[in-house]
Ligand binder design. Structure first.
Ligand code: G3P
Length: 227
């Protein structure tokens, strides 16, 4: 399963890139607004830092506006994937953008029937928002399982991008189901690394190492040491 970072924050993006942990980026208007930066230069800077798909969302409500904005952002860098909402206008825009060779991520997906229509419109990614379904007492992961089954039944190639991920168990479940991608905030990515037994084990190893005399702790062979 690929891991995307759901962020428009350059510091977070640079840090995650250093770990070799991320395969792409997703953004949305709320994440972009948090950065208090001019939008297009920010997207350009993200594209310079990450070698993978960068999802950038349109903000028009009508298909013509989405197509216009989509073409503009897709022109920034070949890795840009245009995000369109799962509305009738969004489906229309998806069909048109896809016909022009522009990849589309259909976002704000909350049902399997929406995901079916997105695939038929030619979406490259489908983004079901599982955390927001959990928030209203509907099982977000059940939606991922349904989409996986439907896409397999009809051999749709649209990739399932699990979004609105809130904690590591969402990531674990997405991987168990066989989702193509999970996108997550920086905090969730950090939480995937952490384990208390790793920290305790490392402390013990280093304490034991310290008990060795200085001469025994040299990493260079004796013949290469000066003096
Ligand atoms: O990828 C979509 C995501 O940004 C939405 O997450 O936590 O606002 O539901 P959330």
């Amino acid at each position: 399963m690929k891991i995307f970072l759901d962020s428009a924050n350059l510091k977070e993006i640079e840090e995650a890139v250093k770990w070799g942990a991320i395969d792409g980026i997703t953004t949305n208007p709320s994440l972009v607004a948090k950065e208090h930066r001019e939008f297009l230069p920010l997207i350009q800077e993200i594209c310079q830092r990450v070698n993978g798909p960068i999802s950038v969302e349109t903000v028009s409500r009508d298909a013509a506006g989405m197509v216009e904005e989509g073409k503009l952002v897709a022109g920034i860098h070949p890795n840009v994937v245009v995000k369109c909402p799962l509305t009738k206008e969004g489906l229309t825009a998806t069909r048109q953008l896809t016909a022009q060779g522009i990849r589309v991520n259909m976002t704000l997906c909350f049902s399997a029937t929406q995901a079916l229509l997105a695939a038929k419109a030619g979406a490259y990614f489908i983004s079901p928002f599982i955390g927001r379904l959990d928030d209203i007492s509907q099982e977000g992961m059940a939606l991922i399982r349904d989409i996986k089954t439907i896409y397999a039944n009809y051999r749709f190639t649209t990739q399932i991008l699990v979004a609105s991920v809130r904690h590591p168990i969402h990531v674990l479940e997405a991987a168990r189901i066989g989702a193509d991608i999970a996108t997550m905030p920086f905090g969730v990515l950090e939480a995937l690394v952490k384990h208390p037994l790793t920290d305790i084990g490392l402390e013990r190893f280093l304490r034991d190492w310290e008990s060795l005399p200085a001469e025994a702790k040299q990493f260079k062979p004796a013949r290469q040491r000066v003096g």
